[in-house]
Every structure is written in C-alpha cells, then in structure tokens.
Write a protein that binds this ligand. Structure first.
Ligand code: ADP
Ligand code: MN
Ligand code: MN
Ligand code: MN
Ligand code: MN
Length: 342
C-alpha cells in the first residue's frame, strides 16, 4: 500500500522563467524529487513561437523560492540555447558570465535601482489624465510624490509593498523601495549582489512584478521617458558598482581610475544602456561624460559618504529603466577590469 499523502506532498512545483524577445516567459513542471543542486534540475525545451525557429533549450541558472506557491516550490531562472548548444543570439547572460569569470578576482559588486511606472493601459502613469483612476484634467506637478504618503500623493502602494515582500520571500536580494517623482512611479533596489547574480536577481524581481501586476490589474511601463516634457521625470536603472580595489582602504583612487575607464567607452556604453534612452538623457549628458561628488546631474555620481570614507563605490546614472542588467553590469566590469581594446 502506498502513502498517497506522502506522494502528493513530496512533489515540487518548478516554475521555469526566461527572458525572450517578447518579454519574460514562464511555464511549470512537477518534479518528483527534491533538488539540492542546480545541476540536478532538468533542462527543458520550449517552442520558439512564430515558427521560424522551432525549439530552444532552457538551462537552469538560478533558483529561488516561488512566493506564489508553497514553501518548497521553486522559481527556476534559465537562459536559452540553440539545439547545437550555442547560446541563443539574444541570450545576454552567457556572454556576461564569461566576462564575470575573467574578473572574479576583483569581486565586482552591484546595487541596482529599478525605476518603473504603474499604469492601467501600459502607457499612462496612474494619476495622469487618461488613466482610469483619475478624472482630473491636469496632472499633479512633481514634488509631493517622491517618498510621499497619503492618497493625494501615492497610487499603487499595494503592488509595490506586495512585490517587496514577495521578493524577500523568494530570496531575491532586494534592499529597499521608494515612491518616485512622477505620480504612479516607484523604485526598488536590488543588491548588493556579486557578479552575474545582480542580473539574475533583477530579472526575477521583474518577473515577480509582472505576475503581481496580473493580480492587481496593473501594467508596468519601463519606458525611459514615460511622459513627454522637461517638467516630468524619466525612469532610470542606476547601477552602483564597486570592485575589491575600490572597497579597500584608500580605494578612492581606484574609483576615479574606474570612472576614467568608463569615460573612454561612453558612446559605446550608451548604445547598450536601454532603448529610447536618448529621450531620457538630455542632449548634453548624451555627449558629455561627467562625474562629481553628490552630483545627481552627472553621468556618474560619487556619494558624499564614499568621498569622505575615501573608499566604496560609484553610481552610474546613465542606464535606462528598460536596460538589460546582464548587458550593463558586464559592460561596466569589462571596461573597468579588462583592459583589452580601447
Ligand atoms: P539613491 O537613490 O540616492 O541613488 P539608493 O539608496 O536608491 O540611492 O541606491 C543605492 C544603492 O547602492 C543600493 O542599491 C546599494 O545596494 C548600493 N551599494 C551600496 N554599497 C555598494 C557597493 N560597495 N558596491 C556596489 N553597490 C553598492
Ligand atoms: Mn504543447
Ligand atoms: Mn534610489
Ligand atoms: Mn530613483
Ligand atoms: Mn540613484
């Protein structure tokens, strides 16, 4: 006689998650065994979609708890391969991992600030005319919304809060959230993460946000310039970055050296830092690479704390909200730590 109860309870639901050119995707499978190592998770196939490419292979790369199911169920973040074992052309993780493997000794660390806008229609921020929850014809000017409280200032907190808790429950390394300058705009921070993990954790945080959006009836807008006009804030993906040499005593000179390295690659990097970013960065900051202490208008900001401590990290303010963290983090490490072609 078998123990039916045991057999049911021993099953694990695994939600495989991956990036695709049509946004994040996921599908589920039941595992009959407990998983202790990521290598024990099966690879999986999925159909490429419109027919031109038939089948891709999903390879498990990072495992999280599934905050939507029970405690033993898991989210399995994967990257994509072709039948011949080559990474899919749009697999940004595989080339990033190569760079991180070459720079392991420098233990690159990242804190990523994800700004985003909540909408009902995919376009119009909550609180702006045209969004179904407001009847006012004029949007409220910026000022009271940033880190604001109260119904006049804040829309969408239930989703932002639930996302924060779900990320914690999943084991996603999220270190804070805040309401942003635009009505309906929010930010969460991922980190501090080492190497490739920054991208894994941010992509899974984005996945959890999409899933919760289904429940809240909210579509996340990652457009770098969600509302036209100078008076309206944009959405960024600030990337805070440090290497071992920047974090040690008197690492400040290495922070400056690192920033000088980024200057050389400025125009190449801008092409990697998100689509439509030119709408967000004003003409001058597009061409001119600048850095400064406590300067939030510069390409790179060094915080007052770091300047005083003479060690720590810097903040790259250039990447847009819709940038791919694998592309951005690996480009920074490559420029700062691998001195090949200049
Ligand atoms: P602000 O909004 O003022 O730019 P935030 O508090 O939103 O700042 O973000 C600061 C980020 O810096 C956090 O994500 C944090 O994890 C990150 N950070 C702190 N120290 C380091 C470090 N040594 N290396 C990389 N990132 C760091
Ligand atoms: Mn089928
Ligand atoms: Mn911030
Ligand atoms: Mn911000
Ligand atoms: Mn910032």
């Amino acid at each position: 006689m078998y123990n039916l109860n045991y057999r049911i309870n021993s099953k694990i639901l695994a939600e495989y998650v991956w990036q695709s050119d049509k946004g994040l995707k996921s599908k589920s499978r039941t595992l009959e065994f407990e998983v202790n190592r990521i290598e024990d998770l099966p690879k999986w196939q999925y159909a490429g979609g419109s027919g031109e490419e038939s089948e891709f292979i999903l390879v498990p790369r990072a495992v999280f708890r599934d905050p939507f199911r029970t405690e033993k169920d898991i989210l399995v973040f994967c990257d994509r391969y072709l039948g011949n074992g080559e990474p899919h052309p749009l697999n940004t993780r595989a080339p990033a991992l190569k760079i991180f493997e070459q720079t392991e000794k420098q233990v690159p660390m990242f804190g990523i600030e994800q700004e985003y806008v909540m909408t009902k229609d995919g376009v119009t921020p909550l609180g702006f005319p045209g969004s179904e929850n407001v009847s006012k014809s004029v949007p409220r000017p910026e000022g009271p919304h940033y880190c604001g409280v109260g119904y006049t200032n804040i829309l969408g907190r239930p989703l932002a809060e639930q996302h924060y808790r779900y990320c914690i429950n999943a084991g996603v390394n999220i270190c804070g959230i805040n309401a942003e300058l635009l009505h309906g705009q929010w930010e969460y921070q991922i980190g501090i993460c080492t190497g490739i993990e920054a991208g894994d954790h941010l992509w899974v945080a984005r996945y959890i946000m999409e899933r919760l959006g289904e429940e809240h009836g909210i579509i996340i807008n990652y457009d770098p310039k969600p509302v036209e006009g100078k008076e309206w804030s944009a959405s960024g993906l600030h990337v805070n970055f440090s290497t071992h040499d920047m974090r040690e005593e008197d690492g400040y000179k290495n922070i400056i050296n690192g920033i000088e390295r980024l200057k050389i690659h400025h125009s190449t990097h801008l092409q990697l830092f998100g689509e439509g970013n030119e709408k967000r960065l004003s003409g001058e900051s597009l061409e001119k690479f600048t850095y400064g202490v406590a300067d939030r208008s510069a390409s790179i900001r060094i915080t007052q704390d770091v300047f005083d401590a003479k060690k720590g990290y810097f903040e790259d303010r250039r990447p847009a909200s819709n940038a791919d963290p694998f592309v951005v983090t690996s480009a920074l490490v490559k420029a700062v730590c691998l001195h090949e072609e200049d």
